[in-house]
Design a protein around this ligand. Structure first.
Ligand SMILES: *[C@@H]1O[C@H](CO)[C@@H](O)[C@H](O)[C@H]1NC(C)=O
Ligand SMILES: *[C@@H]1O[C@H](CO)[C@@H](O)[C@H](O)[C@H]1NC(C)=O
Ligand SMILES: *[C@@H]1O[C@H](CO)[C@@H](O)[C@H](O)[C@H]1NC(C)=O
Length: 518
């Protein structure tokens, strides 16, 4: 064992009150608590994807690739997105007051569909590989397109909570039901900021959105599936994954907008290096939600057994009483390993766990959010068994990592780099832009403002908004002067690439299981 490791171990063991790990800033604890708590959470991914494996194959321009690239050209062919009289944007930076005002009413120009590079002469750089899943998520409608009947069918069948319509660069929302806390508010705010950030580039569109945790559109259904947007998807379903509200902040939990928090986590990450962190796997949250969490409780250290896991149940009542005021996500990088286990669906906590240089021990996820399919086992995280094998699996992972500190740090570092470079707000907006543009391309009808919808503007959203909600909105308001164009959408996977990805991922997981057994 390395000297530093031994020191960390000693440190950990000598901490007061027989606590097997050093006292952790309580804010940190709260944090997960929160995230994972109750109905709020979900988390996931799917057993596919991986940049690593994709790379060699991407160079082959498959017929689909060429077709796609051709389709990206701006000529007004049927199937290209519609832009009705979009107000042209100005390029100067508006004053704070101006930036809150709605864009000018009069339609002045029709802007071509294709996201064009904004920087002179430069070809925009390609988006991260996880953007390729946009094509997969929309594949069910490739051949048939999306009809008004399909969108309205989704409303009847799945009772989504709201409908988003963009006409001529303006956002209209029809509310069909209530969402938990301010999920819907911050989701709509995010779409509104997208329109402000890329004026003239978001085509006319019409979609229905659900804000509950679990994906519902069964992949096995025989008829044409209706398109339904939500925060996560799964292998078994066809729901379209869209960035969740927390990227613009989660005021009820005092979780800041992602861009600021991402920077703070990056700074917090530098405070204690990996070697000096407690050499255990840490988790805190609500153990009562999700299928796997009860199993995780069995892995906690006890007088009899040490599975290398330090598991804490959230005192939800207390967190609520204290308003999560002490939560400090940027000080949570205290253990070498952090366990990620889904709640009801995907979990918002995922990006915070991955951003820490700690090795994420991922209990086999069933759900994916929009970016998690870009992560690969042993490259960005360590795969852990679910169910009864979980404790042994965690114990093995931690022992392995402590014995292979360089490798473990590389995995942790790769995950942090992914979060810090491929999951910036620039990329989140680009993902939304490309997803919505590709979706709009599939529409077989001209979107019109539906009955019951109202226009949503910065003013309408901020009017009368209390404290933190308003503050988070002010912190994330876009002014359309970002100057940089979106990244370039990579082509779809070929069936062979998809198959290779799935196989590679399964192989790695099997490999780890074999290591555990021997
Ligand atoms: C981690 O930090 C400690 C001091 O806090 C230092 O002794 C050690 O060399 C550092 N390790 C690495 C790998 O940077
Ligand atoms: C896990 O064990 C630690 C240390 O004994 C304890 O403080 C903690 O409360 C336990 N967690 C749960 C969920 O019981
Ligand atoms: C970490 O990322 C680098 C660069 O993307 C890659 O070459 C390396 O193999 C990754 N490390 C692991 C452990 O997969």
């Amino acid at each position: 064992m390395e000297a530093a490791e031994a020191k960390a171990l000693r440190l950990a063991r000598s901490s007061p009150s027989a606590a097997p790990c050093p006292p952790v800033n309580s804010g940190v604890l709260i944090f997960f608590a929160v995230l994972v708590a109750g109905a709020l959470v979900s988390a996931g991914w799917m057993s596919t994807s991986a940049r690593l494996q994709v790379t060699p194959i991407t160079r082959v321009a498959s017929p689909t690739t060429r077709a796609h690239n051709a389709a990206a050209a701006p000529e007004p062919v049927p199937g290209s997105p519609r832009f009705t009289g979009v107000a042209a944007s100005t390029n100067q930076t508006p004053s704070a007051a101006e930036s809150l005002a709605p864009p000018p009413r009069e339609a002045t120009a029709v802007v071509p569909a294709a996201p064009a590079p904004a920087e002179e002469g430069a070809t925009p750089r390609e988006c991260p590989a996880y953007f390729r899943w946009i094509h997969e998520d929309l594949r069910p409608w490739r051949g048939t397109g999306v009809t008004r009947g399909a969108v309205e069918g989704a409303r009847r069948r799945y009772a989504p909570k709201f409908r988003v319509t963009v006409v001529a660069g303006r956002l209209y929302v029809a509310r069909y039901g209530r969402c938990f806390q301010t999920r819907d508010v911050f989701t709509q705010w995010g779409i509104l900021q997208l329109l402000r950030r890329y004026p003239g580039r978001v085509p006319d569109l019409d979609l229905v959105f659900d804000c509950q945790d679990l994906p519902v559109v069964d992949r096995r259904r025989q008829d044409q599936p209706p398109p339904l947007f939500r925060y996560c998807g799964s292998e078994a379903t066809l729901d379209i994954a869209f960035p969740d509200w927390s990227f613009w902040g989660w005021p009820e939990l005092n979780i800041k907008p992602w861009e600021a928090l991402r920077r703070e986590i990056n700074e917090g990450n530098a405070v204690v290096n990996w070697t000096d962190r407690a050499p255990y796997a840490y988790w805190k949250g609500n153990p009562k939600v999700g299928a796997e969490r009860p199993f995780l409780l069995w892995c906690n250290v006890s007088g009899k057994r040490d599975w290398n896991a330090r598991v804490y149940a959230q005192d939800w009542g207390k967190e609520v009483r204290y308003g999560f005021r002490d939560s400090d996500l940027s000080k949570q990088c205290t253990h070498r390993y952090k366990i990620y286990v889904e709640g009801r669906g995907w979990s918002v906590s995922e990006k915070y766990i991955l951003g820490c240089d700690s090795v994420a021990l991922m209990v086999r996820p069933r759900f994916h959010d929009f970016f998690s399919r870009g992560l690969s086992p042993l490259r960005h995280y360590w795969p852990v068994r679910g169910g009864r094998g979980m404790c042994r699996s965690i114990q093995f992972a931690v022992d392995w990592g402590n014995a292979h500190a360089d490798k473990a740090q590389e995995i942790g570092g790769n995950a942090s780099r992914f979060v810090q470079e491929e999951l910036t707000m620039d990329r989140v907006y680009d993902y939304m832009l490309h997803l919505l543009t590709e979706y709009a391309r599939l529409l077989r009808y001209e979107p019109a403002v539906p009955r019951g919808a109202a226009e949503v503007t910065v003013e309408s959203m901020t009017r009368g908004r209390p404290g933190l909600e308003r503050e988070f909105m002010m912190d994330t308001v876009e002014d359309g002067a970002s100057g940089r164009g979106p990244c370039r959408l990579p082509p779809p996977f070929s069936p062979q690439e998809l198959e290779a990805l799935r196989r590679a991922r399964a192989d790695v997981v099997r490999q780890v299981e074999a290591w555990e057994k021997n």
